[in-house]
Design a protein around this ligand. Sequence first.
Ligand code: UDP
Length: 238
Amino acid sequence: TDAKPRYNRVLLKVSGEVLMGDQPFGIDTGTLERTAEDIAEVVRTGVQLCLVIGGGNIFRGVSLAGRGMERASADYMGMLATVMNALALQAALEKIGVYTRVQSAIPMEAVCEPYIRRRAIRHLEKGRVVIFAAGVGAPFFTTDSGAALRAAEMGCEALFKGTSVDGVYTADPKKDPDAQRYDTLSYTDVLAKDLRVMDASAVSLMRDNQIPIVVFSIRERGNFLKVLKGEGVYTTIA
Ligand code: UDP
C-alpha cells in the first residue's frame, strides 16, 4: 500500500535461529538472502536502521555452561557467534547495494569497527545500516539485552523483534493449538506473566525508556516493511 513507515529510526533484532531456515544449524543462504532483501526494502524507504543479530544458530553459552565449562567463557563463544552472523548479514546486504557497518561490542579491529556510539549515529544519519555485534559485550547477557541497550543508545523509536512466530501468544503456538495471540501487551504483563518473548532485562530497559517492542514474523517475505507501516499481524509491547 501507499502507507508510510511509522518511524524514522528503528532497531531490528533478528534471532540467530531465523538464519538457520529449515536447517538444524548454521546459516541457510536462501534465508539469509531473503532476510537481506526485506531489510533493503525498508532501508530504501529512508528509515534509519540498526540491526542486532543473535548467535543461537551457531552457539549458545548455556549449551556448554554446566557441562564442565565456565558460563562466562561459554558466553564469550556465543558473542563470537553473533559476530559471524553479523558479517554474513553484512555481506548479503552489500551484495544488493545496501551500505553497512558492523560495530562489535568486543573490539576486533581487523574484522570490523569497535562500538562507538557517536560514530554509529553518524553512520545512521548517512543512511548506512549499522549492525551491532557481540551483544552488550559481557557474559550473562543475551543479544536481546544488546538490542535493547543499542535501541536506547541510538534513540530508536521502536525495537522490532523478528522471530519465527508472528507475535506473542498465551502459550507456545507450535505446541498448543489453543494458544491465542496478543495484539498488545504492557511491559509489566510480559514480566509478570513471564512470557519469555525477550529476556527480562531487555524488557525492563525498554519499559524504563518507553520504547515499544514489536514482535513479528520475519519468515514471510515483505513482512518487515508491512509491520513498520502498521499493517499485518504482530504484537506490540508498550
Ligand atoms: N551472549 C552474551 N552476551 C551478550 C550477547 C550474547 O554472553 O551480550 C552470548 C550468550 O552465550 C548467548 C549467545 O551469545 O547464548 C548467543 O546469543 P543469543 O542466545 O542471544 O542469540 P539468539 O537467541 O538471538 O540467536
